[in-house]
Design a protein around this ligand. Structure first.
Ligand code: 13P
Ligand code: SF4
Length: 329
């Protein structure tokens, strides 16, 4: 029996749903029961009927399922941590608040929004402060709703997402620790200085290269790209929005895509390029292998589970407030 057959046999014997993010390796993606972007997976995995959810993705994604569905046992073949999520913890969050306090901006003056790419502890901090979670799919609606609170938005941890949505909405953004403090004081969206190391690989020079080579080409990028790149693109959207945009193009229309390689490689058979001279694979998403999936399933069967997501009650309680608020917008 090959490893895929062994995995399928274990899946049929166990009360488990295997879930994979679009950025997973093809071998893992192909054996999943549910696939999707971070928003789709947070919703769908927390609603499945099985006791176990085997989540192939990065740590914050498994944590979100556990927070939304605490009765489920969430196991990750690899608890790989998203590089951006690692750029912020509650200590760094508080240091940013201190800088804002010194500039005369009080906690009551801000509405915190955390990108889903953050730990459960950061989500809990945001939930405790009355804030909300967003993903790249719903950030526009969440920010628009946030603006009705009559406060400044404090957006963590992805500065590019904050800057790109501020630009699209005609708002002023500034990054704590980077921009002049007077600019931070007058900004509508105050951004934390985090970013995705994978999406930072795409540059305006890459766009110019492809436009010079194929004058008719369209450029589609993820909003985690630098604002200079997002502004030069024909389309900027979340993972599922990129999939939809590209699926609706004529197959003869060339398109170059600025997002994770595994996802781009599955999009279309031809006329699709990756916007980078290097292979933009997310290192942590790529940590999970078929062998890890098999070992995890076997650990469930043998009742010696490793890599189970456990979140303390107080963190889970406040993180849930911020996540459920997102799902209700
Ligand atoms: P999505 O929300 O589009 O799935 O993106 C998650 C992510 O980590 C992108 O780098
Ligand atoms: Fe995190 Fe970037 Fe990987 Fe997405 S692509 S999981 S933001 S490191």
């Amino acid at each position: 029996m090959n490893i895929v057959d062994k995995i399928n046999k274990l899946k049929s014997e166990l009360d488990v749903t295997v879930v994979a993010h679009y950025y997973q390796k093809n071998e893992v993606f192909n054996i999943a029961d549910i696939t999707g972007d971070s928003l789709e997976l947070a919703k769908k995995s927390s609603e499945v009927g099985t006791q176990f959810v085997l989540f192939c993705g990065v740590g914050f994604m498994g944590q979100s399922v556990k927070v939304l569905a605490p009765h489920k046992r969430v196991i990750m073949p690899k608890i790989a941590c998203c590089a951006m999520a690692r750029m912020i913890d509650v200590g760094y969050f508080d240091e940013n608040l201190e800088i804002l306090h010194k500039a005369g901006i009080k906690d009551d003056d801000i509405y915190p929004i955390t990108y889903i790419n953050s730990s459960a502890e950061v989500k809990a901090k945001v939930g405790q402060m009355g804030g909300i979670v967003c993903t790249s799919s719903n950030a526009f609606a969440i920010i628009k709703d946030g603006l009705t609170k009559g406060k400044k938005i404090f957006f963590v941890p992805d500065r590019c997402l904050g800057q790109n949505f501020a630009h699209d909405m005609g708002l002023k953004s500034a990054v704590v620790g980077i921009d002049d403090i007077d600019d931070v004081k007058s900004a509508d969206i105050i951004c934390y200085n985090g970013f995705c190391s994978v999406h930072q690989l795409f540059t305006t020079a890459d766009i110019e290269f492809y436009r010079a080579k194929y004058p008719e080409i369209l450029v589609a990028v993820h909003p985690e790209c630098d604002p200079s790149v997002a502004r030069k693109a024909d389309f900027c959207g979340s993972t599922s929005q990129l999939i939809k945009y590209i699926a609706e193009l004529n197959i003869d229309q060339k398109v170059v895509v600025g997002t994770e390689y595994n996802m781009v490689s599955r999009l279309r058979e031809k006329n699709t390029y990756t916007l980078s001279a290097t292979k933009p694979q997310c290192p942590t998403m790529n940590e999970t292998t078929l062998t890890d999936v098999y070992d995890s399933l076997l650990s469930i069967k043998q009742d010696n589970i490793t890599n189970e997501i456990i979140i303390d009650d107080s963190t889970a309680r406040y993180a849930k407030i911020a996540l459920e608020k997102m799902l209700s917008v």
